[in-house]
Design a protein around this ligand. Structure first.
Ligand SMILES: [Zn+2]
Ligand SMILES: [Zn+2]
Length: 337
């Protein structure tokens, strides 16, 4: 090998290793996907999130818990997890009780809280965080001895104090107790101004933006998403947003009057273009390049011969003028970003 060729290979490898290392340093979060579909009771929206260094998780929505943890254990998504020798608990329950420090709930549609209700008797004391309407709904409609016993910390009848409610103030950052994370909540509109939420989660200087169900500003005739894009545009300029998880429930073929406050690939693409313009109007085409956009809440088809995920993948990639990096996680998977 001549000297020039050797130097070329040496520098190429060095640059490759260096850039990989940069990427690795940039990761701040790990997320265990307990459930990610917008249908079917065994796989509903629920994501355990922590920073990379600890196992102190917050659970983003809680449609599925036990079933998702079981699958994640099978897939070794908790890494080298081993039940302590003297522990009698099932590993799924051990993880639910000890790893999850609290629940962050975007809205109280059943597909986002079903497992929280069902597993409440087997849980230990922890926190439920939500915007005022969420806490009010838990009080009035859920933990009230009608739908379930009052496992909450206020409200009707005997109060079992299993879950302490923490009301999150719109737009203000609040620490998530016993984790290394904090959250800033925002409203989103999920059909005719029915309110859902998005959570901007921070670990040191890194951020992750998580959306519950949401419609687009254009369809919902308001500017909730626009306000969120305003808030995160500077963070994107500073390269502090590690990923965005957002729903894309239906393919483009779903009739517009049957979207029920959800997004499709075309509406999501439009919204991301709005964000790009706010980041940098003159260079909008390039500012979101390689930004990780994790797709959630795909409504499965009731027909066995239709794979909706593939259709949505195709439609998003086909319209991907911004070259964002779409990610379609599987239930049970661990993703890092
Ligand atoms: Zn919903
Ligand atoms: Zn939903």
């Amino acid at each position: 090998m001549n000297r020039n060729k050797f130097l070329f290979i040496f520098f190429s490898i060095t640059i490759l290793l260096f850039s990989n290392n940069l990427n690795a340093q940039n990761k701040a979060f790990k997320c265990i996907v307990l459930g990610n579909s917008g249908g079917y009771e065994g796989n509903l929206s629920s994501y355990m999130l922590s920073n990379l260094k600890t196992d102190n998780y917050i659970c983003l929505d809680a449609g599925t818990l036990y079933n998702g943890i079981k699958l994640a254990l099978k897939e070794k998504s908790f890494g080298k997890f081993k039940l302590p020798k003297t522990e009698k608990l099932k590993p799924e329950v051990f993880i639910m009780r000890n790893y999850i420090k609290g629940y962050l709930i975007t809205h109280t549609h059943l597909d986002h809280i079903a497992a929280l209700i069902i597993n409440a008797p087997d849980e230990n004391r922890k926190y439920i965080y939500g915007m005022p309407h969420i806490i009010e709904n838990f009080n009035k409609y859920i933990f009230n001895w009608t739908i379930a016993a009052n496992f909450g910390s206020e409200g009707e009848g005997e109060i079992l104090q299993k879950f302490k409610y923490i009301t999150l103030p719109q737009g203000n950052e609040c620490p998530l107790i016993e984790t290394d994370l904090s959250v800033t909540p925002f409203y989103t509109s999920h059909y005719n101004n029915y309110l859902s939420s998005a959570f901007l989660i921070r670990s040191n200087e890194n951020y992750f933006l998580y959306f519950g169900d949401t419609g687009s500003d254009e369809r919902e005739r308001n500017n909730y998403l626009s306000e969120i894009w305003d808030r995160i545009a500077p963070l994107i300029r500073e390269k502090k947003i590690n990923a965005i998880m957002i729903e894309c429930s239906y393919p483009n073929e779903q009739p517009e009057n049957m979207l029920y406050g959800h997004l499709n690939p075309s509406l999501l693409t439009k919204e991301l273009n709005q964000l790009a313009k706010k980041v940098n109007e003159r260079d909008a085409q390039n500012v979101l390049k390689d930004l990780k956009i994790i797709i959630s809440h795909i409504k499965p088809s009731v027909n066995s011969d239709i794979n909706i995920t593939n259709t949505i993948k195709y439609q998003l990639e086909n319209a991907n003028n911004l070259n964002v990096k779409y990610i379609f996680p599987e239930q049970g998977e661990r993703i890092e970003f």
